[in-house]
Design a protein around this ligand. Structure first.
Ligand SMILES: [Zn+2]
Length: 168
């Protein structure tokens, strides 16, 4: 970094003005800055298993407030990915005492999915999960108060191909 731009880190230390607030899965294969090629300082990111937007989640609430009210980001992105272990665990009924409290939220997000259209590859489930979280952002009280002219975009990263699919 410093070979390309000797001032890079001293400028970074002056503060952040990210354009994007990103809600992403924890999966190590979906780092938002890496897969989009964004430099440090562009993506203010909240991560949890299966990129969930839960109204009662205080950590998410604080992140969303800070992104919209203080950083004044231009876009909110919900970034899901194919072969998501969290979506798979929730959809196949995996149970574990340390994970059940979280997976119940993922299960609730998948409940609205039409099972008759279920694809064995489960990509449709991950897409549905992203669309549901986009809706959850739009319904979130903090977004309702602070973010209504900020577009909320759903993206699905296909980690087998590197393709980033824009979901309407
Ligand atoms: Zn995942």
């Amino acid at each position: 970094m410093t070979k390309k731009d000797p001032q890079f880190f001293s400028k970074l230390g002056e503060g952040q003005t990210p354009s994007f607030f990103v809600v992403s899965c924890c999966d190590s294969r979906t780092c938002p800055s890496t897969i989009t090629g964004m430099p440090l300082g562009e993506m203010f990111t909240h991560r949890n298993i299966a990129n969930q937007v839960i109204e009662e989640d205080e950590s998410f609430r604080a992140s969303l407030h800070y992104a919209l009210d203080v950083l004044k980001v231009n876009y909110v992105i919900v970034l899901g990915h194919t072969r998501c272990g969290g979506v798979l665990a929730a959809s196949t009924g995996v149970q574990h005492e340390s994970m059940d409290g979280w997976l119940k939220h993922v299960r609730a997000s998948l409940e609205t999915f039409d099972q008759s259209k279920k694809d064995p590859e489960a990509i449709e489930l991950e897409e549905h999960n992203v669309r549901q979280q986009v809706q959850n952002v739009k319904n979130h009280p903090v977004y309702q108060r602070k973010g209504q002219d900020v577009p909320v975009i759903g993206l699905l990263f296909h980690l087998e191909s590197g393709e980033l699919k824009w979901l309407d």
